[in-house]
Design a protein around this ligand. Structure first.
Ligand SMILES: [Zn+2]
Ligand SMILES: [Zn+2]
Length: 168
């Protein structure tokens, strides 16, 4: 525990000093790309440490659960190929604020047959798993005729057996 706390302190001091130096010099487009990748790795590592150790929260407004998580490069590498979605920096919990049990965020849809990959976590555990979609459909007698999906039934965006109300 002390080792992690110390490492975070040193690391933060170091990154701040480097950021000061970086702010004072011209960066080429390639440099910007390199810095972006490096900072993303730092963000992911720090986010993962926090997610596993204490949980992560942000201000999201009252309609969203404030907990979020991140994926490591190694985790994403297994999910990128053939997946429908790009990687996100942050995966916010999609359940209702104040919900009981673990937090959950949708991460990827992998092909053949569709596999819906979620990240699910609480203060002590964190896992990537495939969950079938919630079968609920919105009962809407007056679909918006301007919507490109007007003919499609609106499916709940959550997984089967989720807590709380459906989310469309
Ligand atoms: Zn949550
Ligand atoms: Zn649902």
């Amino acid at each position: 525990m002390t080792a992690l706390v110390d490492a975070c302190r040193h690391f933060a001091t170091h990154v701040r000093l480097l950021a000061d130096q970086l702010g004072a010099i011209e960066l080429s487009d390639d440099d910007v790309e390199l810095v972006h990748d490096a900072v993303h790795q730092v963000f992911t590592a720090a986010g993962l440490a926090a997610a596993v150790a204490t949980g992560l929260q942000r201000h999201t407004g009252e309609q969203d659960c404030p907990h979020y998580n991140v994926l490591t490069d190694a985790e994403w590498a297994l999910l990128a190929e053939g997946g429908r979605h790009e990687r996100k920096a942050v995966y916010g919990c999609e359940l209702q604020p104040g919900h009981p049990g673990a937090h959950a965020a949708h991460v990827q849809v992998l092909p053949g047959p569709d596999r819906f990959v979620w990240i699910r976590w609480d203060l002590r555990a964190r896992e990537l798993l495939t969950l079938p979609p919630c079968p609920a459909e919105r009962a809407d007698p007056h679909p918006d005729p301007r919507s490109p999906y007007a003919d499609e039934p609106a499916r709940c965006k959550l997984f089967e057996g989720h807590v709380g109300p459906h989310r469309y």
